[in-house]
Design a protein around this ligand. Structure first.
Ligand SMILES: *Cc1c(COP(=O)(O)O)cnc(C)c1O
Length: 399
């Protein structure tokens, strides 16, 4: 075993179970390990690397900003934050953005914003606000967020959890309608459930959710941390159904593959409930992040990465569907967010991910049964074809 792996195992908390590879370099859709071996990154750090590793435009923005100013805190204005937020708001159709760093922080921000809107605008009685979330959701790892989780492992040992969260089955519009009460302030949903195993709701679900929420004066919060910014073949996954959520949460790819950057977007009627001191983050919207976030959004548009995800996603899906193997139960996805569901009685997801690794593909299983194929959106046709060939070879070795 590599001594690096040994030392990481010794000094790093065991809250992950990494595959046995030590990565030392990345470029575009490729990464290399400590022995110089090349891999196709079909994992993209859960979509954080949608632009590919070290995209030249993003590295340039980072370096230019780093040579001037990195962090001042929101106690002052910086000359980059307005540029970033104006671009984001105009591109995505919102009045204001609230910058944070990680996805979980942005989700927490959205929940706080919705609650405060509930009390100040909807006039829900004090401490009675309810937020509805979906079964098998993944919105991050804070205590409030795992309090909304239905995944036993994410909750076990971390209670007690805040009150005021209700769960409905994902994709079930009637259940949502039944769960709404006069105190419901928001419904939070992922357009496609990524961590649950690339679960796609019935067509029209989001649109119906939006109509229902509007009818009951409930805010629709779309967590597009993983599905957003081109991943599913549209700028936002909500765009597939022409839905504009009341609160939009972005993260992962917004950092251009180089920094953690997240953002909550909403109109003034909602965002104006927050006043100085109500909420904050030391690093949220720091000058360097603003410069990188702007470059990440501009690059997405200039290089038409969402359109690429459509074409390359279709190519990948078509290639994968030619593979027939008893271990494969389903292949599903949208754009370049694709999951292969396997029969864990034939092969365990972690073992399959190790086989992919041996053949030069980085991927990871979720819930032991779904292997995710979600490469950087800048990947080439040739590499997609190579990934398909490798996948065939991997399954040919599964007995
Ligand atoms: C990754 C993810 C988060 C959490 O983001 P972090 O940056 O890990 O805190 C939240 N929601 C969704 C849908 C995600 O995929």
């Amino acid at each position: 075993m590599s001594t690096i792996i040994k030392r990481e195992e010794q000094f790093c908390a065991h809250n992950y179970h990494p595959l046995p590879v030590v990565l030392v370099k990345g470029e575009g859709p490729l990464v290399w390990d400590e022995n110089g071996r090349e891999y196709i990154d079909m994992m993209s750090a859960y979509s954080a690397v949608s632009h590919g590793h070290r995209h030249p435009k993003i590295v340039k923005a980072l370096e230019e900003q780093l040579s001037r100013l990195a962090i001042v805190s929101r106690s002052y204005y910086s000359d980059t934050l307005a540029n970033f937020l104006q671009y984001a708001c105009e591109l995505l159709g919102y009045d204001k953005g609230l910058p944070m760093n990680t996805g979980a922080e942005a989700v927490e921000t959205a929940l706080k914003l919705a609650r405060k809107w509930g009390y100040k605008v909807k006039k829900v009685p004090a401490d009675k606000a309810e937020i509805i979330a979906c079964r098998n959701n993944f919105h991050g790892r804070t205590i409030a967020i795992v309090g909304m989780s239905t995944e036993e492992q994410y909750r076990d040992g971390f209670g007690p959890f805040p009150a005021g969260f209700n769960i409905v089955p994902y994709g079930d519009i009637d259940a949502l309608e039944k769960a709404i009460t006069p105190n419901t302030v928001a419904f939070i949903v992922e357009p496609i459930q990524g961590e649950a195993g690339i679960m796609i709701p019935p067509a029209g679900y989001l649109k119906k959710c939006a109509e229902l929420c509007k009818r009951h004066n409930v805010l629709l919060i779309a967590d597009e941390i993983q599905t957003g910014l081109g991943r599913t073949g549209k700028r936002l996954a909500c765009d597939h159904e022409g839905v504009s959520p009341d609160i939009l949460v972005l993260g992962k790819a917004l950092g251009g593959g180089v920094l953690p950057i997240s953002l909550v977007l909403a109109d003034n009627t909602i965002m104006s409930v927050l006043h100085p001191g109500d909420h904050g983050s030391t690093f949220g919207g720091y000058a360097l992040a603003a410069a990188v976030g702007l470059a990440a959004l501009k690059t997405l548009e200039e290089e038409k990465l969402a359109e690429r995800a459509v074409v390359l996603g279709e190519r990948l899906m078509k290639g994968l569907k030619t593979i027939s193997h008893p271990a494969i139960r389903d292949i599903r996805g949208k754009g370049l967010m694709i999951g292969i569901e396997i029969d864990p009685k034939i092969i365990h997801g972690h073992d399959l991910a190790e086989k992919f690794l041996q053949h030069g593909i980085l991927t990871k299983e979720t819930h032991h049964v779904v292997i995710r194929l979600a490469p950087p959106l800048v990947i080439s046709e040739e590499l997609i074809d190579r990934a398909i060939e490798i996948t065939k070879k991997v399954f040919s070795e599964v007995q």
